[in-house]
Design a protein around this ligand. Sequence first.
Ligand SMILES: Nc1ncnc2c1ncn2[C@@H]1O[C@H](COP(=O)(O)OP(=O)(O)O)[C@@H](O)[C@H]1O
Ligand SMILES: C=C(OP(=O)(O)O)C(=O)O
Ligand SMILES: [K+]
Ligand SMILES: [Mg+2]
Length: 592
Amino acid sequence: MSRSLQFFTPSRAPYFTLHKLPSTSYTRFPVINFPSKKHHITITKSLSSDLDAASSQVLDSGNGQTGVSGVLSADNVVAVQSHAPSESGAAAGIEVDAVTEAELKENGFRSTRRTKLICTIGPATCGFEQLEALAVGGMNVARINMCHGTREWHQMVIERVRRLNEEKGFAVAIMMDTEGSEIHMGDLGGAASVKAEDGEIWTFSVRAFGTPRPERTINVNYDGFAEDVKVGDELLVDGGMVRFEVIEKIGPDVKCRCTDPGLLLPRANLTFWRDGSLVRERNAMLPTISSKDWLDIDFGIAEGVDFIAISFVKSAEVIKHLKSYIAARSRGSDIAVIAKIESIDSLKNLEEIIQASDGAMVARGDLGAQIPLEQVPSAQQKIVQLCRQLNKPVIVASQLLESMIEYPTPTRAEVADVSEAVRQRADALMLSGESAMGQYPDKALAVLRSVSVRIEKWWREEKCHEAMVLPDVGTSFADSISEEICNSAAKMANNLEVDALFVYTKTGHMASLLSRCRPDCPIFAFTTTTSVRRRLNLQWGLIPFRLGFSDDMESNLNKTFSLLKARGMIKSGDLVIAVSDMLQSIQVMNVP
Ligand SMILES: Nc1ncnc2c1ncn2[C@@H]1O[C@H](COP(=O)(O)OP(=O)(O)O)[C@@H](O)[C@H]1O
Ligand SMILES: C=C(OP(=O)(O)O)C(=O)O
Ligand SMILES: [K+]
Ligand SMILES: [Mg+2]
Protein backbone atom coordinates (compact mmCIF):
# COMPACT_ATOMS: atom_id res chain seq x y z
CA MET A 1 0.00 0.00 0.00
CA SER A 2 1.40 3.33 -0.92
CA ARG A 3 1.60 6.05 1.56
CA SER A 4 0.55 9.36 0.28
CA LEU A 5 0.16 12.67 1.87
CA GLN A 6 -1.91 14.98 -0.17
CA PHE A 7 -1.57 18.42 1.18
CA PHE A 8 -3.00 21.61 -0.13
CA THR A 9 -1.66 24.83 1.21
CA PRO A 10 -4.32 27.08 2.68
CA SER A 11 -4.47 28.89 -0.62
CA ARG A 12 -5.59 25.75 -2.40
CA ALA A 13 -8.20 24.14 -0.22
CA PRO A 14 -9.17 24.06 3.39
CA TYR A 15 -8.39 20.37 3.57
CA PHE A 16 -5.61 17.98 3.32
CA THR A 17 -6.18 14.29 3.25
CA LEU A 18 -4.01 11.48 4.43
CA HIS A 19 -4.87 8.16 3.01
CA LYS A 20 -3.59 4.68 2.32
CA LEU A 21 -1.21 4.65 5.21
CA PRO A 22 0.66 1.43 5.86
CA SER A 23 -1.54 -0.96 7.76
CA THR A 24 0.93 -1.03 10.62
CA SER A 25 -1.04 0.52 13.40
CA TYR A 26 0.06 4.14 13.67
CA THR A 27 2.15 6.50 11.66
CA ARG A 28 3.35 9.83 12.73
CA PHE A 29 2.87 12.40 10.07
CA PRO A 30 5.33 15.19 9.70
CA VAL A 31 5.04 18.75 10.72
CA ILE A 32 3.43 20.61 7.87
CA ASN A 33 4.54 24.12 7.37
CA PHE A 34 2.21 26.86 6.41
CA PRO A 35 3.38 29.87 4.49
CA SER A 36 2.16 32.39 6.99
CA LYS A 37 3.08 32.55 10.64
CA LYS A 38 -0.37 32.96 11.96
CA HIS A 39 -2.45 30.19 10.42
CA HIS A 40 -4.67 28.48 12.90
CA ILE A 41 -5.36 24.87 12.28
CA THR A 42 -8.39 22.98 13.44
CA ILE A 43 -9.09 19.33 12.97
CA THR A 44 -12.57 19.38 11.52
CA LYS A 45 -13.14 15.76 10.69
CA SER A 46 -11.38 12.65 11.78
CA LEU A 47 -12.22 9.02 11.66
CA SER A 48 -9.87 8.29 14.48
CA SER A 49 -10.55 9.42 17.99
CA ASP A 50 -6.82 9.13 18.74
CA LEU A 51 -6.11 11.75 16.18
CA ASP A 52 -8.12 14.45 17.77
CA ALA A 53 -6.11 14.27 20.91
CA ALA A 54 -2.81 13.80 19.17
CA SER A 55 -2.97 16.46 16.59
CA SER A 56 -5.15 19.29 17.58
CA GLN A 57 -2.01 20.95 18.76
CA VAL A 58 -0.70 23.74 16.68
CA LEU A 59 3.04 23.57 16.74
CA ASP A 60 5.68 26.06 16.04
CA SER A 61 8.22 24.23 13.98
CA GLY A 62 11.02 26.42 15.24
CA ASN A 63 11.70 28.40 12.11
CA GLY A 64 8.95 30.84 12.80
CA GLN A 65 6.42 28.81 10.84
CA THR A 66 3.43 27.16 12.29
CA GLY A 67 2.40 23.65 11.44
CA VAL A 68 0.55 20.69 12.72
CA SER A 69 1.70 17.20 13.52
CA GLY A 70 -0.07 14.13 14.69
CA VAL A 71 -0.55 10.44 14.77
CA LEU A 72 -2.65 8.60 12.24
CA SER A 73 -4.08 5.15 11.97
CA ALA A 74 -4.29 3.15 8.77
CA ASP A 75 -6.51 4.40 5.97
CA ASN A 76 -7.49 7.34 7.96
CA VAL A 77 -8.97 10.30 6.23
CA VAL A 78 -8.67 13.53 8.04
CA ALA A 79 -9.84 16.92 7.12
CA VAL A 80 -7.78 19.67 8.57
CA GLN A 81 -8.89 23.17 8.21
CA SER A 82 -6.53 26.05 8.27
CA HIS A 83 -7.58 29.62 8.24
CA ALA A 84 -5.68 32.72 7.48
CA PRO A 85 -5.78 35.46 10.02
CA SER A 86 -8.15 38.32 9.36
CA GLU A 87 -7.01 41.92 9.54
CA SER A 88 -7.32 42.09 13.29
CA GLY A 89 -5.68 38.72 13.79
CA ALA A 90 -6.89 35.16 13.90
CA ALA A 91 -7.65 35.55 17.57
CA ALA A 92 -10.69 37.58 16.56
CA GLY A 93 -12.21 34.23 15.51
CA ILE A 94 -14.48 35.59 12.81
CA GLU A 95 -13.63 36.22 9.18
CA VAL A 96 -15.13 38.92 7.06
CA ASP A 97 -13.38 41.16 4.58
CA ALA A 98 -12.27 44.67 5.37
CA VAL A 99 -14.53 46.19 2.70
CA THR A 100 -17.72 44.66 4.12
CA GLU A 101 -16.60 45.52 7.62
CA ALA A 102 -16.06 49.17 6.74
CA GLU A 103 -19.36 49.30 4.85
CA LEU A 104 -21.28 47.91 7.82
CA LYS A 105 -19.59 50.28 10.25
CA GLU A 106 -19.90 53.41 8.18
CA ASN A 107 -23.27 53.09 6.53
CA GLY A 108 -25.15 50.63 8.68
CA PHE A 109 -26.88 47.41 7.69
CA ARG A 110 -29.57 48.89 5.51
CA SER A 111 -27.25 50.37 2.94
CA THR A 112 -25.28 47.22 2.19
CA ARG A 113 -25.51 46.03 -1.40
CA ARG A 114 -27.62 42.92 -1.90
CA THR A 115 -26.95 42.20 -5.58
CA LYS A 116 -23.69 40.31 -6.13
CA LEU A 117 -21.12 41.28 -8.76
CA ILE A 118 -19.03 39.06 -11.02
CA CYS A 119 -16.07 40.28 -13.05
CA THR A 120 -14.57 38.40 -15.99
CA ILE A 121 -10.82 38.58 -15.60
CA GLY A 122 -8.74 39.25 -18.70
CA PRO A 123 -5.66 41.16 -19.78
CA ALA A 124 -7.02 44.40 -18.30
CA THR A 125 -7.46 42.98 -14.80
CA CYS A 126 -5.13 40.02 -14.23
CA GLY A 127 -2.47 41.85 -12.20
CA PHE A 128 -2.51 41.45 -8.42
CA GLU A 129 -3.15 45.16 -7.82
CA GLN A 130 -5.86 45.19 -10.48
CA LEU A 131 -7.55 42.19 -8.88
CA GLU A 132 -7.29 43.85 -5.51
CA ALA A 133 -8.89 47.02 -6.89
CA LEU A 134 -11.80 44.92 -8.15
CA ALA A 135 -12.18 43.16 -4.78
CA VAL A 136 -12.16 46.53 -3.02
CA GLY A 137 -14.70 47.74 -5.58
CA GLY A 138 -17.09 44.94 -4.67
CA MET A 139 -16.23 41.97 -6.90
CA ASN A 140 -17.77 38.90 -5.27
CA VAL A 141 -16.82 36.36 -7.92
CA ALA A 142 -13.94 36.34 -10.43
CA ARG A 143 -14.76 34.57 -13.69
CA ILE A 144 -12.21 33.04 -16.01
CA ASN A 145 -13.41 32.21 -19.50
CA MET A 146 -11.72 29.10 -20.90
CA CYS A 147 -12.37 30.34 -24.46
CA HIS A 148 -9.41 32.64 -23.98
CA GLY A 149 -5.94 32.54 -22.45
CA THR A 150 -3.58 29.68 -21.67
CA ARG A 151 -3.64 27.16 -18.83
CA GLU A 152 -0.69 28.97 -17.23
CA TRP A 153 -2.52 32.26 -17.41
CA HIS A 154 -5.64 30.85 -15.75
CA GLN A 155 -3.55 29.22 -13.06
CA MET A 156 -1.81 32.51 -12.37
CA VAL A 157 -5.13 34.33 -12.01
CA ILE A 158 -6.47 31.68 -9.62
CA GLU A 159 -3.32 31.84 -7.55
CA ARG A 160 -3.56 35.63 -7.32
CA VAL A 161 -7.21 35.60 -6.26
CA ARG A 162 -6.34 33.01 -3.60
CA ARG A 163 -3.49 35.16 -2.34
CA LEU A 164 -5.79 38.16 -2.23
CA ASN A 165 -8.28 36.21 -0.12
CA GLU A 166 -5.60 34.98 2.23
CA GLU A 167 -3.72 38.18 2.67
CA LYS A 168 -6.63 40.58 2.74
CA GLY A 169 -9.43 38.45 4.16
CA PHE A 170 -11.64 38.59 1.04
CA ALA A 171 -13.84 35.66 0.04
CA VAL A 172 -13.77 36.20 -3.72
CA ALA A 173 -15.03 33.00 -5.34
CA ILE A 174 -13.68 31.66 -8.62
CA MET A 175 -15.94 30.70 -11.50
CA MET A 176 -14.51 28.75 -14.42
CA ASP A 177 -16.56 29.08 -17.61
CA THR A 178 -16.14 26.33 -20.22
CA GLU A 179 -15.66 26.98 -23.90
CA GLY A 180 -18.41 24.60 -25.06
CA SER A 181 -18.59 23.19 -28.56
CA GLU A 182 -20.34 25.85 -30.55
CA ILE A 183 -18.96 27.29 -33.76
CA HIS A 184 -16.49 30.12 -33.55
CA MET A 185 -13.80 31.74 -35.63
CA GLY A 186 -10.08 31.18 -35.09
CA ASP A 187 -7.50 33.50 -33.60
CA LEU A 188 -6.98 35.99 -36.49
CA GLY A 189 -3.25 35.22 -36.39
CA GLY A 190 -2.70 37.35 -33.32
CA ALA A 191 -4.48 40.47 -34.58
CA ALA A 192 -6.74 42.15 -32.00
CA SER A 193 -9.44 42.70 -34.63
CA VAL A 194 -9.92 42.85 -38.41
CA LYS A 195 -12.31 45.07 -40.30
CA ALA A 196 -14.74 43.52 -42.80
CA GLU A 197 -16.05 46.06 -45.33
CA ASP A 198 -19.33 46.08 -47.18
CA GLY A 199 -19.28 43.91 -50.31
CA GLU A 200 -15.93 42.25 -49.59
CA ILE A 201 -15.57 38.54 -50.32
CA TRP A 202 -14.21 36.51 -47.38
CA THR A 203 -13.32 32.82 -47.18
CA PHE A 204 -14.44 30.84 -44.13
CA SER A 205 -12.76 27.45 -43.88
CA VAL A 206 -11.92 24.56 -41.58
CA ARG A 207 -8.56 24.09 -43.29
CA ALA A 208 -5.57 25.59 -41.53
CA PHE A 209 -4.12 28.59 -43.29
CA GLY A 210 -0.39 29.23 -43.37
CA THR A 211 1.29 32.17 -41.68
CA PRO A 212 0.89 34.96 -42.35
CA ARG A 213 -2.79 34.26 -42.77
CA PRO A 214 -3.90 35.09 -46.35
CA GLU A 215 -6.02 38.21 -46.59
CA ARG A 216 -9.75 37.91 -45.92
CA THR A 217 -9.64 34.37 -44.63
CA ILE A 218 -11.23 33.15 -41.44
CA ASN A 219 -10.64 29.84 -39.75
CA VAL A 220 -13.70 28.00 -38.39
CA ASN A 221 -13.43 25.46 -35.54
CA TYR A 222 -16.27 23.18 -36.66
CA ASP A 223 -15.52 20.37 -39.12
CA GLY A 224 -19.06 20.08 -40.44
CA PHE A 225 -19.18 23.74 -41.36
CA ALA A 226 -18.88 23.50 -45.16
CA GLU A 227 -21.33 20.58 -45.32
CA ASP A 228 -23.95 22.27 -43.17
CA VAL A 229 -24.14 25.67 -44.89
CA LYS A 230 -25.94 26.31 -48.17
CA VAL A 231 -25.51 29.03 -50.74
CA GLY A 232 -27.87 31.84 -49.75
CA ASP A 233 -27.52 31.27 -45.96
CA GLU A 234 -26.79 34.25 -43.79
CA LEU A 235 -23.69 34.03 -41.58
CA LEU A 236 -23.81 36.07 -38.35
CA VAL A 237 -20.69 36.99 -36.40
CA ASP A 238 -21.37 37.62 -32.68
CA GLY A 239 -25.12 37.45 -33.19
CA GLY A 240 -25.15 40.04 -35.97
CA MET A 241 -22.33 42.48 -35.24
CA VAL A 242 -21.09 41.59 -38.74
CA ARG A 243 -23.10 39.73 -41.41
CA PHE A 244 -22.17 37.76 -44.51
CA GLU A 245 -24.10 35.96 -47.22
CA VAL A 246 -22.85 32.56 -48.43
CA ILE A 247 -22.22 32.86 -52.18
CA GLU A 248 -20.19 29.76 -53.10
CA LYS A 249 -18.83 26.52 -51.63
CA ILE A 250 -15.51 25.09 -52.88
CA GLY A 251 -14.57 21.96 -50.88
CA PRO A 252 -13.81 23.05 -47.32
CA ASP A 253 -13.91 26.74 -48.30
CA VAL A 254 -17.06 28.79 -48.00
CA LYS A 255 -17.01 32.11 -49.87
CA CYS A 256 -19.13 34.83 -48.34
CA ARG A 257 -19.97 38.42 -49.19
CA CYS A 258 -20.03 40.95 -46.34
CA THR A 259 -23.50 42.52 -46.09
CA ASP A 260 -23.18 44.31 -42.72
CA PRO A 261 -19.63 45.60 -42.22
CA GLY A 262 -17.91 45.68 -38.84
CA LEU A 263 -15.02 44.49 -36.68
CA LEU A 264 -14.21 40.79 -36.47
CA LEU A 265 -12.81 39.83 -33.06
CA PRO A 266 -10.70 36.73 -32.33
CA ARG A 267 -12.78 33.60 -31.60
CA ALA A 268 -16.02 35.39 -32.32
CA ASN A 269 -19.09 33.22 -32.28
CA LEU A 270 -20.65 32.17 -35.62
CA THR A 271 -24.24 31.20 -36.38
CA PHE A 272 -25.94 30.69 -39.70
CA TRP A 273 -29.51 31.38 -40.58
CA ARG A 274 -31.80 30.15 -43.35
CA ASP A 275 -35.25 31.62 -44.08
CA GLY A 276 -35.21 33.58 -40.83
CA SER A 277 -34.27 30.76 -38.46
CA LEU A 278 -31.12 29.37 -36.97
CA VAL A 279 -29.59 26.40 -38.80
CA ARG A 280 -28.61 23.65 -36.43
CA GLU A 281 -27.83 20.61 -38.58
CA ARG A 282 -24.93 18.48 -37.37
CA ASN A 283 -23.89 21.20 -35.02
CA ALA A 284 -26.89 20.29 -32.87
CA MET A 285 -25.32 16.86 -32.33
CA LEU A 286 -22.07 18.19 -30.89
CA PRO A 287 -21.53 17.25 -27.25
CA THR A 288 -22.19 20.07 -24.76
CA ILE A 289 -18.91 19.29 -23.01
CA SER A 290 -16.13 18.87 -25.59
CA SER A 291 -12.95 16.91 -24.96
CA LYS A 292 -11.14 20.20 -24.39
CA ASP A 293 -13.84 21.16 -21.86
CA TRP A 294 -13.26 17.90 -19.94
CA LEU A 295 -9.57 18.76 -19.66
CA ASP A 296 -10.50 22.24 -18.45
CA ILE A 297 -12.94 20.74 -15.95
CA ASP A 298 -10.19 18.43 -14.61
CA PHE A 299 -8.03 21.52 -14.25
CA GLY A 300 -10.84 23.34 -12.42
CA ILE A 301 -11.33 20.42 -10.03
CA ALA A 302 -7.59 20.19 -9.34
CA GLU A 303 -7.46 23.91 -8.66
CA GLY A 304 -10.53 23.73 -6.45
CA VAL A 305 -12.54 26.43 -8.23
CA ASP A 306 -15.85 27.29 -6.57
CA PHE A 307 -18.11 27.28 -9.62
CA ILE A 308 -17.99 25.68 -13.04
CA ALA A 309 -20.27 27.34 -15.60
CA ILE A 310 -21.24 25.10 -18.50
CA SER A 311 -21.73 26.73 -21.90
CA PHE A 312 -24.52 25.81 -24.30
CA VAL A 313 -26.29 23.39 -21.97
CA LYS A 314 -28.97 21.47 -23.87
CA SER A 315 -30.36 19.08 -21.29
CA ALA A 316 -30.43 18.26 -17.59
CA GLU A 317 -28.54 15.01 -18.25
CA VAL A 318 -25.26 16.72 -18.99
CA ILE A 319 -25.48 18.65 -15.71
CA LYS A 320 -26.26 15.49 -13.74
CA HIS A 321 -23.37 13.71 -15.41
CA LEU A 322 -20.97 16.53 -14.62
CA LYS A 323 -22.13 16.73 -11.01
CA SER A 324 -21.46 13.04 -10.44
CA TYR A 325 -18.11 13.37 -12.21
CA ILE A 326 -17.16 16.18 -9.85
CA ALA A 327 -18.45 14.34 -6.78
CA ALA A 328 -16.29 11.33 -7.62
CA ARG A 329 -13.16 13.39 -8.11
CA SER A 330 -13.16 16.26 -5.68
CA ARG A 331 -12.98 14.76 -2.23
CA GLY A 332 -14.80 16.82 0.28
CA SER A 333 -14.90 20.00 -1.71
CA ASP A 334 -18.10 20.86 -3.42
CA ILE A 335 -17.92 22.66 -6.76
CA ALA A 336 -21.21 24.22 -7.79
CA VAL A 337 -22.33 23.76 -11.41
CA ILE A 338 -23.92 26.73 -13.16
CA ALA A 339 -25.96 26.09 -16.31
CA LYS A 340 -25.55 28.79 -18.94
CA ILE A 341 -28.84 29.41 -20.68
CA GLU A 342 -27.74 30.52 -24.14
CA SER A 343 -29.31 28.20 -26.68
CA ILE A 344 -32.71 27.28 -28.07
CA ASP A 345 -32.40 23.80 -26.55
CA SER A 346 -31.73 25.18 -23.09
CA LEU A 347 -34.91 27.26 -23.28
CA LYS A 348 -36.88 24.16 -24.26
CA ASN A 349 -35.67 22.18 -21.24
CA LEU A 350 -35.36 25.13 -18.89
CA GLU A 351 -37.01 23.81 -15.75
CA GLU A 352 -35.26 20.42 -15.76
CA ILE A 353 -31.90 22.05 -16.43
CA ILE A 354 -32.25 24.57 -13.62
CA GLN A 355 -33.53 21.91 -11.25
CA ALA A 356 -30.45 19.77 -11.94
CA SER A 357 -28.00 22.68 -11.58
CA ASP A 358 -26.72 24.67 -8.63
CA GLY A 359 -27.52 27.92 -10.41
CA ALA A 360 -28.03 29.43 -13.84
CA MET A 361 -26.67 32.23 -15.99
CA VAL A 362 -28.72 34.23 -18.46
CA ALA A 363 -25.92 34.33 -21.06
CA ARG A 364 -27.48 37.00 -23.24
CA GLY A 365 -24.55 37.20 -25.65
CA ASP A 366 -25.08 33.86 -27.30
CA LEU A 367 -28.76 33.70 -26.43
CA GLY A 368 -29.25 36.81 -28.55
CA ALA A 369 -27.56 35.05 -31.44
CA GLN A 370 -29.90 32.06 -31.19
CA ILE A 371 -33.26 33.71 -30.67
CA PRO A 372 -34.46 37.05 -32.04
CA LEU A 373 -33.08 39.89 -29.90
CA GLU A 374 -36.53 41.14 -28.96
CA GLN A 375 -37.20 37.82 -27.23
CA VAL A 376 -34.18 38.08 -24.93
CA PRO A 377 -35.78 40.36 -22.27
CA SER A 378 -38.76 38.07 -21.69
CA ALA A 379 -36.46 35.03 -21.61
CA GLN A 380 -34.37 36.82 -18.98
CA GLN A 381 -37.38 37.59 -16.81
CA LYS A 382 -38.61 34.02 -17.08
CA ILE A 383 -35.23 32.50 -16.16
CA VAL A 384 -34.74 34.86 -13.22
CA GLN A 385 -38.19 34.05 -11.87
CA LEU A 386 -37.85 30.32 -12.32
CA CYS A 387 -34.49 30.26 -10.55
CA ARG A 388 -35.94 32.07 -7.58
CA GLN A 389 -38.85 29.66 -7.42
CA LEU A 390 -36.51 26.67 -7.56
CA ASN A 391 -34.10 28.30 -5.09
CA LYS A 392 -31.11 28.48 -7.43
CA PRO A 393 -28.89 31.54 -7.73
CA VAL A 394 -29.18 33.35 -11.07
CA ILE A 395 -26.71 35.56 -12.91
CA VAL A 396 -27.61 38.13 -15.57
CA ALA A 397 -24.70 38.42 -18.00
CA SER A 398 -23.39 40.15 -21.11
CA GLN A 399 -23.41 43.65 -22.49
CA LEU A 400 -24.70 45.24 -19.27
CA LEU A 401 -22.26 48.12 -19.74
CA GLU A 402 -20.81 47.29 -23.15
CA SER A 403 -20.06 50.91 -24.09
CA MET A 404 -17.80 51.18 -21.03
CA ILE A 405 -15.26 48.96 -22.81
CA GLU A 406 -14.35 52.22 -24.53
CA TYR A 407 -15.97 55.06 -22.59
CA PRO A 408 -15.81 56.07 -18.93
CA THR A 409 -19.56 56.55 -18.50
CA PRO A 410 -22.40 54.20 -19.41
CA THR A 411 -25.29 54.99 -21.73
CA ARG A 412 -28.68 55.74 -20.17
CA ALA A 413 -29.98 52.59 -21.79
CA GLU A 414 -27.28 50.51 -20.11
CA VAL A 415 -28.13 51.98 -16.70
CA ALA A 416 -31.77 51.12 -17.36
CA ASP A 417 -30.78 47.55 -18.27
CA VAL A 418 -28.75 47.11 -15.07
CA SER A 419 -31.63 48.59 -13.07
CA GLU A 420 -34.07 46.14 -14.59
CA ALA A 421 -31.89 43.16 -13.65
CA VAL A 422 -31.61 44.50 -10.08
CA ARG A 423 -35.36 45.14 -9.96
CA GLN A 424 -35.96 41.57 -11.09
CA ARG A 425 -33.88 40.67 -8.05
CA ALA A 426 -31.34 38.56 -9.84
CA ASP A 427 -28.67 37.24 -7.49
CA ALA A 428 -25.75 38.54 -9.50
CA LEU A 429 -24.72 40.77 -12.40
CA MET A 430 -21.72 39.96 -14.54
CA LEU A 431 -19.19 42.05 -16.43
CA SER A 432 -17.52 40.45 -19.49
CA GLY A 433 -15.43 42.54 -21.89
CA GLU A 434 -15.93 45.59 -19.64
CA SER A 435 -13.65 44.07 -17.01
CA ALA A 436 -11.68 41.57 -19.14
CA MET A 437 -10.29 43.91 -21.76
CA GLY A 438 -12.03 47.26 -21.37
CA GLN A 439 -10.38 50.56 -20.56
CA TYR A 440 -12.45 51.25 -17.44
CA PRO A 441 -12.92 48.03 -15.44
CA ASP A 442 -13.08 49.77 -12.04
CA LYS A 443 -15.48 52.41 -13.29
CA ALA A 444 -17.75 49.75 -14.80
CA LEU A 445 -17.80 47.89 -11.49
CA ALA A 446 -18.55 51.14 -9.64
CA VAL A 447 -21.54 51.72 -11.93
CA LEU A 448 -22.91 48.24 -11.18
CA ARG A 449 -22.40 48.89 -7.49
CA SER A 450 -24.04 52.30 -7.31
CA VAL A 451 -26.97 51.36 -9.55
CA SER A 452 -27.58 48.20 -7.50
CA VAL A 453 -27.56 50.04 -4.19
CA ARG A 454 -29.81 52.81 -5.51
CA ILE A 455 -32.40 50.53 -7.08
CA GLU A 456 -32.47 48.21 -4.05
CA LYS A 457 -33.08 51.21 -1.77
CA TRP A 458 -35.80 52.57 -4.02
CA TRP A 459 -37.39 49.16 -4.06
CA ARG A 460 -37.46 48.95 -0.26
CA GLU A 461 -38.67 52.51 0.27
CA GLU A 462 -41.46 52.19 -2.22
CA LYS A 463 -42.32 48.89 -0.62
CA CYS A 464 -43.12 47.70 -4.07
CA HIS A 465 -42.86 44.11 -2.99
CA GLU A 466 -43.97 41.90 -5.76
CA ALA A 467 -46.22 39.26 -4.27
CA MET A 468 -44.18 36.38 -5.58
CA VAL A 469 -45.58 33.06 -4.57
CA LEU A 470 -42.67 30.87 -3.63
CA PRO A 471 -43.52 27.23 -4.26
CA ASP A 472 -42.22 24.58 -1.85
CA VAL A 473 -38.81 23.29 -2.82
CA GLY A 474 -38.16 20.83 0.03
CA THR A 475 -38.15 17.17 -0.90
CA SER A 476 -38.08 15.80 2.65
CA PHE A 477 -40.05 16.73 5.76
CA ALA A 478 -36.90 18.14 7.39
CA ASP A 479 -36.31 20.33 4.32
CA SER A 480 -39.87 21.55 4.46
CA ILE A 481 -39.39 22.57 8.07
CA SER A 482 -36.25 24.55 7.19
CA GLU A 483 -38.11 26.22 4.37
CA GLU A 484 -41.08 27.21 6.54
CA ILE A 485 -38.72 28.56 9.18
CA CYS A 486 -36.89 30.70 6.64
CA ASN A 487 -40.08 31.97 4.99
CA SER A 488 -41.50 32.93 8.38
CA ALA A 489 -38.26 34.44 9.65
CA ALA A 490 -37.96 36.62 6.53
CA LYS A 491 -41.55 37.76 6.85
CA MET A 492 -41.08 38.56 10.52
CA ALA A 493 -37.88 40.44 9.70
CA ASN A 494 -39.80 42.66 7.27
CA ASN A 495 -42.77 43.21 9.57
CA LEU A 496 -40.67 43.90 12.68
CA GLU A 497 -38.16 45.93 10.66
CA VAL A 498 -35.25 44.11 12.25
CA ASP A 499 -31.68 45.17 11.54
CA ALA A 500 -30.35 41.83 10.37
CA LEU A 501 -31.13 38.17 9.97
CA PHE A 502 -28.49 35.79 11.35
CA VAL A 503 -28.19 32.29 9.97
CA TYR A 504 -25.80 29.60 11.24
CA THR A 505 -25.33 27.15 8.44
CA LYS A 506 -22.80 24.42 7.70
CA THR A 507 -23.79 23.64 4.12
CA GLY A 508 -25.21 27.04 3.24
CA HIS A 509 -28.68 25.66 2.53
CA MET A 510 -30.52 27.64 5.21
CA ALA A 511 -28.77 30.80 4.05
CA SER A 512 -29.94 30.25 0.48
CA LEU A 513 -33.51 29.67 1.67
CA LEU A 514 -33.42 33.03 3.45
CA SER A 515 -31.84 34.74 0.46
CA ARG A 516 -34.62 33.37 -1.74
CA CYS A 517 -37.15 35.39 0.32
CA ARG A 518 -35.28 38.62 -0.59
CA PRO A 519 -35.92 40.19 2.85
CA ASP A 520 -35.54 43.95 3.49
CA CYS A 521 -32.62 43.52 5.90
CA PRO A 522 -29.22 41.95 5.14
CA ILE A 523 -28.55 38.32 6.03
CA PHE A 524 -25.43 37.58 8.08
CA ALA A 525 -24.52 34.03 7.10
CA PHE A 526 -22.15 32.31 9.52
CA THR A 527 -20.50 29.21 8.19
CA THR A 528 -17.62 27.03 9.34
CA THR A 529 -15.62 26.61 6.14
CA THR A 530 -13.98 29.09 3.81
CA SER A 531 -15.27 27.23 0.74
CA VAL A 532 -18.92 27.56 1.78
CA ARG A 533 -18.24 31.17 2.66
CA ARG A 534 -16.96 31.80 -0.87
CA ARG A 535 -19.85 29.96 -2.48
CA LEU A 536 -22.43 32.01 -0.53
CA ASN A 537 -20.87 35.10 -2.04
CA LEU A 538 -22.89 34.53 -5.22
CA GLN A 539 -26.25 34.78 -3.48
CA TRP A 540 -28.48 37.80 -3.09
CA GLY A 541 -28.31 39.63 0.24
CA LEU A 542 -25.93 37.27 2.02
CA ILE A 543 -22.97 38.64 3.96
CA PRO A 544 -20.90 35.51 4.53
CA PHE A 545 -18.71 35.21 7.63
CA ARG A 546 -16.49 32.32 8.56
CA LEU A 547 -16.95 31.38 12.18
CA GLY A 548 -16.40 28.25 14.20
CA PHE A 549 -19.64 27.38 15.97
CA SER A 550 -21.20 24.56 17.94
CA ASP A 551 -24.64 22.97 18.22
CA ASP A 552 -25.43 25.21 21.16
CA MET A 553 -27.21 28.24 19.72
CA GLU A 554 -27.07 30.25 22.89
CA SER A 555 -23.31 30.09 23.01
CA ASN A 556 -23.09 30.72 19.24
CA LEU A 557 -25.14 33.88 19.58
CA ASN A 558 -23.17 35.14 22.57
CA LYS A 559 -19.93 34.46 20.76
CA THR A 560 -21.13 36.22 17.59
CA PHE A 561 -22.45 39.23 19.50
CA SER A 562 -19.24 39.73 21.41
CA LEU A 563 -17.01 39.24 18.34
CA LEU A 564 -19.05 41.58 16.15
CA LYS A 565 -19.45 44.15 18.90
CA ALA A 566 -15.72 44.14 19.56
CA ARG A 567 -15.19 45.03 15.90
CA GLY A 568 -17.88 47.67 15.90
CA MET A 569 -20.02 45.83 13.36
CA ILE A 570 -23.11 45.64 15.58
CA LYS A 571 -24.11 47.51 18.71
CA SER A 572 -26.24 46.96 21.81
CA GLY A 573 -29.90 47.32 21.03
CA ASP A 574 -29.76 46.17 17.39
CA LEU A 575 -32.66 43.88 16.67
CA VAL A 576 -31.82 40.55 15.06
CA ILE A 577 -33.60 37.36 14.11
CA ALA A 578 -31.54 34.17 14.21
CA VAL A 579 -32.13 30.78 12.62
CA SER A 580 -29.83 27.79 12.23
CA ASP A 581 -29.29 24.38 10.68
CA MET A 582 -29.03 22.88 14.16
CA LEU A 583 -32.13 24.09 15.92
CA GLN A 584 -35.57 24.31 14.42
CA SER A 585 -36.51 27.66 15.88
CA ILE A 586 -36.64 31.36 15.19
CA GLN A 587 -35.11 33.60 17.80
CA VAL A 588 -35.82 37.32 17.97
CA MET A 589 -33.60 39.39 20.21
CA ASN A 590 -31.88 42.67 20.86
CA VAL A 591 -28.12 42.60 20.91
CA PRO A 592 -27.23 42.74 24.63
N1 LIG B 1 -8.25 35.28 -20.63
C1 LIG B 1 -8.40 36.19 -21.59
N2 LIG B 1 -7.36 36.53 -22.37
C2 LIG B 1 -7.51 37.43 -23.34
N3 LIG B 1 -8.65 38.08 -23.63
C3 LIG B 1 -9.73 37.77 -22.89
C4 LIG B 1 -9.67 36.81 -21.83
N4 LIG B 1 -10.89 36.71 -21.29
C5 LIG B 1 -11.69 37.56 -21.96
N5 LIG B 1 -10.99 38.22 -22.92
C6 LIG B 1 -11.48 39.25 -23.85
O1 LIG B 1 -12.68 39.82 -23.32
C7 LIG B 1 -13.75 39.65 -24.24
C8 LIG B 1 -15.06 39.44 -23.50
O2 LIG B 1 -15.01 38.34 -22.66
P1 LIG B 1 -16.14 37.23 -22.68
O3 LIG B 1 -17.47 37.86 -22.85
O4 LIG B 1 -15.92 36.39 -21.48
O5 LIG B 1 -15.77 36.35 -23.96
P2 LIG B 1 -16.50 36.14 -25.36
O6 LIG B 1 -16.45 37.46 -26.05
O7 LIG B 1 -15.64 35.11 -26.02
O8 LIG B 1 -17.89 35.64 -25.07
C9 LIG B 1 -13.35 38.49 -25.12
O9 LIG B 1 -13.94 38.54 -26.38
C10 LIG B 1 -11.84 38.66 -25.19
O10 LIG B 1 -11.52 39.62 -26.18
C1 LIG C 1 -21.74 34.81 -20.96
C2 LIG C 1 -21.80 34.32 -22.18
O1 LIG C 1 -20.93 33.32 -22.60
P1 LIG C 1 -19.49 33.57 -23.22
O2 LIG C 1 -19.01 34.90 -22.80
O3 LIG C 1 -18.66 32.45 -22.73
O4 LIG C 1 -19.76 33.45 -24.67
C3 LIG C 1 -22.78 34.79 -23.17
O5 LIG C 1 -22.87 34.20 -24.25
O6 LIG C 1 -23.51 35.74 -22.85
K1 LIG D 1 -17.22 30.50 -22.25
MG1 LIG E 1 -21.78 32.39 -24.51
